[in-house]
Design a protein around this ligand. Structure first.
Ligand code: RIB
Ligand code: CA
Length: 310
């Protein structure tokens, strides 16, 4: 099997950083490009963090396209309380980046990459969906070059930013609505499954033992653990974004259910809610495969294996 061509759209963010490493370290993925979006922190910081993480793992040949500095229609909402001021706070600073962003911005880089690929490409957005919505608006003719969108975002139940909304969808609900209405095949890894991917002390100790990169990852996950404990009372910080990558690598590790997902964009109270029609009561055709269960052991085995290679 030839490696699957993918593009990651990221807002690093600790879990985005691990998603980038998983994509770089696993031989069954061909990371064609990375695009950055404002989300956890500003676009300048998410871009700097993406370049640093890719440099750390030696992926300096992957073009990085700088994306949207703010959502389609709303002011940016960030998450320094979770990821720190830099977006990647931790005990040790990750070395400075060894390369610069591509001269193409995110949307142009996605379009050029899809045109150049010999086969349809899987998009893996793990931040607010602003870049993906902008790409779909500007290049509707390239939709057939998209194999699938495997996104981290949403929730069938509780939110983490408001009681109703998960962060990525909350930040840019209009973009999310356009992506879910696009007609493209979508796998949604929401909080229902990503909260099963908590990196507790045991997992962080195993990561620390996987060598240079694993040691750095364990370090910044220690920071991530402190904020998740203080803000949410979690005993382990969830590796949200790597789940969306793992779902592309080994679809079998994520149990999904086809359902209609609508995005609340009008109400201030429930803005950004992913309204998931689990029982099909609306009679509307499903527009997403929604993650309902994660094979946690298989997920971490996959992650350890990829980081061992870096
Ligand atoms: O709600 C979790 C999501 O928001 C993750 O993608 C995290 O990186 C933040 O972007
Ligand atoms: Ca993210």
């Amino acid at each position: 099997m030839s490696p699957k061509p993918v593009i990651l759209d990221v807002d690093p963010g600790h879990d985005d950083a691990v998603a980038l490493m998983l994509a770089c370290g696993h031989p069954d993925l061909d990371l064609l490009a990375v695009t950055t979006v404002a989300g956890n922190v500003t676009i300048e910081k998410t871009t700097r963090n993406a370049l640093r993480v890719l440099s750390l793992v030696g992926c300096t040949d992957v073009p990085v396209g700088v994306g949207a500095p703010e959502p389609l229609e709303r002011p940016l909402h960030t998450a320094e309380d979770i990821h720190g001021k830099s977006g990647l706070d931790g005990p040790e600073e990750i070395p400075h980046a060894g390369f610069e962003p591509d001269e193409s911005g995110a949307v142009a880089l996605i379009a050029d990459t899809l045109r150049a690929s010999t086969e349809p490409v899987t998009l893996i957005p793990v931040g607010p969906l602003t870049n993906i919505a902008a790409f779909l608006r500007e290049h509707p003719g390239l939709k057939d070059r998209v194999a699938r969108i495997s996104l981290m975002g949403g929730s069938m139940g509780l939110g983490n930013t408001t009681p109703a909304a998960e962060f990525n969808i909350y930040v840019d609900p209009e973009a999310a609505r356009e992506v879910f209405e696009s007609g493209l095949p979508i796998t949604m890894s929401g909080l229902d499954v990503t909260h099963q991917a908590g990196a507790g002390p045991r997992e962080r100790a195993r990561l620390r033992a996987t060598g240079r990169v694993g040691h750095v990852v364990a370090g910044f996950l220690d920071f991530f653990a402190t904020t998740y404990e203080s803000v949410f009372g979690f005993d382990a910080p969830p590796l949200h974004d790597p789940v969306a990558v793992a779902a592309v690598l080994e679809p079998g590790l994520l149990k999904t259910r086809p359902m209609r997902v609508d995005i609340e964009c009008e109400s201030d109270l429930t803005r950004g809610e992913t309204v998931c029609d689990f029982y099909g009561v609306t009679g509307m055709a499903p527009n997403a495969e929604v993650g309902v269960e994660l094979d946690r052991e298989r997920f971490f085995r996959l992650l350890y294996g990829a980081l061992d290679r870096l």
